[in-house]
Design a protein around this ligand. Structure first.
Ligand code: C5P
Length: 219
């Protein structure tokens, strides 16, 4: 039988949002469903890769053949990514929270009787993708995502340089992409921009997986 194009490769995928605790019952989150990242992990496995999927809190079934590591916070995700390395490629699809509360309360914050409103003090989370691109464990092919609503390609180009990755897959989230079943992406590399038609997320995923297989075969 013909061997699959990603046989023998290890690929890391991050997906979903992160939850940053405010206290034991409350958290800061975002609208990422994890669907596109899970579909990419599944497509890579179908092409024969060993896939480590570091997943934030999502309500999704683990794709066949994928090893899933569940995390809650950005810092948990950073540690899980580090533990899953080395990898031949990494696809960073997660919508990692930019900020977390500086000091999460260890017991539930109660309403003050006098109407005093609590303030949240935020601090910046680690940038997992930017850290990985500078690390000595950087995968040979490093792919970031960019959810944008305006000036999509310009922002993606800037992000490619700033984050030190090989491709940025930009998606227009001005519509109902987050949580939806379809996606319109643009592949931004130093060579230029490819515009893909809007299509189901699992079709986008398989095309990305095939493009990854083609790129790795040349490395
Ligand atoms: O800067 P921005 O959040 O738009 O960059 C998005 C890309 O960076 C995505 O690939 C995302 O997974 C990654 N990222 C990350 N860690 C962060 C923020 C973003 O890995 N703290």
């Amino acid at each position: 039988p013909k061997t699959l194009p990603l046989a023998g490769r290890h690929i890391l995928v991050t997906a979903g949002p992160t939850h940053e605790p405010i206290d034991p019952v409350r958290y800061i989150a975002n609208r990422s469903s994890g669907k596109q990242g899970f579909a990419i992990a599944g497509a890579l496995a179908m092409l024969g890769a060993r896939v480590s999927l570091v997943a934030g809190p999502v309500d999704l079934v683990t794709p066949v053949g994928v090893e899933r590591i569940d995390v809650q916070t950005a810092r948990d995700m950073a540690a899980a990514v580090d533990a899953a390395l080395p990898a031949d490629a990494a696809v960073m699809v997660a919508a990692v929270a930019d900020w977390r509360t500086e000091n999460a309360a260890t017991s539930k914050i109660k309403k003050a009787g006098d109407g005093t409103i609590p303030s949240l003090v935020l601090t910046e989370n680690p940038d997992i993708l930017a850290t990985l691109s500078k690390s000595d464990k950087r995968p040979a092919l490093l792919i970031g995502f960019a959810a944008e609503t305006d000036d999509i390609v310009a922002h993606a180009r800037a992000k490619l340089a700033r984050k030190g990755c090989d491709w940025i897959i930009a998606n227009d989230v001005s519509g109902d992409v987050m949580g939806g079943e379809r996606n319109r992406v643009q592949i931004v590399t130093t060579d230029g921009v490819e515009n893909w038609d809007e299509q189901p997320k699992d079709v986008v995923a398989m095309k990305i997986a095939e493009r990854i297989a083609a790129a790795l075969s040349l490395l």
